[in-house]
Design a protein around this ligand. Structure first.
Ligand SMILES: Cc1cc2nc3c(=O)[nH]c(=O)nc-3n(C[C@H](O)[C@H](O)[C@H](O)COP(=O)(O)O)c2cc1C
Length: 337
């Protein structure tokens, strides 16, 4: 693994995703790209302060650059948690102003903060005052009946005034009543043009586009207008895409030549984690899409789905699954294009 820490760049990031971007997933993604900025799942201020902090904030040094996403709306607690994150070596702290789940709404944070821009400004200012690491915000273009011209402009204005280091915009509204979190990632239409207008109005604010970016070609096109792109589901479900990030977006060589070489490089990590009591499936569930489109991919997935869940499953299960992938090199064409 790269011993030298890559500098933090927001040109390309992998989105924070609850239950998906845990530390095993992030370690795996880091084998695919040295340069992407990777995000944790959202962790609430309450969990950081009262929960099992060592477990919740654990990460592998190989993950750098890695950003911690916080959920919360109390400036004092957010400032405290940002300091804890900085002390633990996180490279950035991000505030969630985009999650629409009921649980989050009850806690008065996430997307409902779009309706409380002044409070978001206070949160950012309090975190900025307490740490040196960059503080960023991830938001929507609006919620419910809000006018997305006005709502996004207002939130951008307050966070810029609070000296935020970047604003990540998921380019669709969230409907807080009536849509599930999943529907809120699919039903409200994407409005990239709104984000492009925001950049023109705020040329000095670093703006990262998120939502529906399905290929690195699309990502590269957006980078002509914006400071960065954030990919969520496409990166998780088809992680082979990440092998193209360093060559296509940074002009650097990929960490490995093929997805198969990446999976092989994961085996020592798997062995280390199994020895610490981690179940194989907790790691291999994140790699199921690595060979999508390649001969043997289905057999690979099926083998892992059946065998890796067994309580005594060892690293050999992954090695066996890899022998089922017939033509790993072929899918290089996917990302070399
Ligand atoms: C399973 C899942 C969990 C998510 N959890 C979070 C989260 O914890 N924090 C957050 O800001 N967004 C979360 N999101 C939203 C993503 O970060 C991203 O904004 C969204 O998926 C749109 O990007 P995409 O179209 O590239 O996937 C989650 C999305 C998914 C699919």
């Amino acid at each position: 693994m790269a011993a030298v820490r890559a500098p933090l760049s927001r040109r390309f990031s992998v989105a924070p995703m609850m239950d998906w971007t845990d530390r095993h997933c992030r370690f795996f993604h880091r084998l695919l790209t040295r340069r992407a900025l990777i995000y944790t799942e959202m962790i609430t201020t309450g969990a950081v302060i009262h929960g099992d902090r060592t477990r919740l904030l654990a990460y592998d040094l190989a993950e750098h650059p890695v950003a911690l996403q916080l959920g919360g709306s109390d400036p004092r607690l957010l400032a405290k948690c940002a300091r804890i994150a900085e002390d633990r070596g996180y490279d950035e702290v991000n505030l969630n102003v985009g999650c629409p789940s009921d649980r989050v709404q009850e806690g008065r944070f996430g997307a409902c903060l779009m309706a409380e821009p002044a409070l978001v400004g206070e949160c950012v200012a309090a975190m900025k005052a307490n740490v040196k690491v960059p503080i960023t915000v991830k938001c929507r273009i609006g919620i419910d009946e809000q006018d997305s011209e006005e709502a996004l402009e207002t939130i951008a204005g307050v966070v810029e005034a609070a000296d935020v280091d970047a604003l990540v915009v998921h380019a669709r509204k969230a409907w807080l009543k009536g849509l599930s979190p999943r529907e809120n990632r699919e039903v409200p239409p994407l409005d990239y043009a709104r984000v492009f207008r925001l950049k023109i109005a705020h040329p000095h604010l670093a703006i990262v586009l998120n939502g529906g970016i399905a290929s690195l070609d699309r990502a590269a096109a957006h980078l002509k207008r914006l400071d960065g792109v954030m990919m969520g589901r496409a990166a998780y479900q088809e992680p082979w895409r990440l092998l193209g990030v360093d060559p296509l977006l940074f002009g650097e060589s990929a960490p490995f030549d093929t997805p198969k070489a990446v999976a092989e490089a994961l085996i020592p990590y798997v062995q280390r984690e199994l020895a610490l009591g981690t179940r194989l499936h907790a790691i291999t569930r994140h790699i199921l899409g690595l060979f999508r489109g390649v001969r043997g991919a289905r057999a690979f997935r099926r083998h892992l789905a059946m065998e890796a869940v067994k309580p005594d499953a060892g690293a050999g299960v992954l090695a066996e699954a890899l022998t089922l992938v017939v033509d790993a090199e072929a899918d290089l064409a996917h990302f070399a294009a």
